[in-house]
Design a binder for this molecule. Sequence first.
Ligand code: ADP
Ligand code: MG
Length: 223
Amino acid sequence: MSSLIKLEDITKSYQLGESTYTALKGINLEIQRNEMTAIVGVSGSGKSTLMNIVGFLDRCTSGRYLFAGDDTSHLNDDQLATIRNKNIGFVFQSFFLLPRSSALQNVMLPLFYRGIDQADAKEKALSMLDKVGVAHLADHRPNQLSGGQQQRVAIARALVGDPEVILADEPTGALDSATGHEVMTLFTNLNRNEGRTIVIITHDKEVSRQCKRVVSIKDGKIE
Ligand code: ADP
Ligand code: MG
């Protein structure tokens, strides 16, 4: 079996006027199905740049990215979007929930993009909210929820399309440490009980301690 994610000598450079800044300097990384991996590094080390490439939100400058054995390096933007929508569930530090929509509507949204009918979508979304422990808050809007509850809704939204991998960029960064620990326990259980492949990006050693595998990144290189 090939790795789910395989990065081969990936670089990423940003053009800043006349000068070029290289944020990733030859990353080699393999992540297997059912793994739970933390990617740790200080601010500015290249973590979000790496996550954006892994999640098909951005493309590398050079190198090869194999996803489930397929080389994705030469795909166009539409093809990358298709892979992304099908395979990647994102969780962000600041939740990114739609403020005027209920928790339930937020979780249903990715299913609309897939053309799943309303009744089906509602049932799936409710079962995801139940899985993350906030089904009783389905009718609440984000501003009626605590940070931890909002992140649970965001995790339900990431899970609802049954993606191959969940990518979480500083998912506990906006939470107090006890709530952050609860959210990490939720990820750990999703990995352990359902075999979910999860990649957690963090600068927090306390968070990475809850992951089986820890990959350190420093100045755009894996240590
Ligand atoms: P981290 O998530 O580890 O804090 P980032 O991946 O966001 O780090 O950034 C890595 C480096 O790349 C930083 O020096 C940052 O300033 C630079 N960088 C990130 N995104 C851009 C961009 N769009 N344009 C220019 N430089 C960027
Ligand atoms: Mg970052």
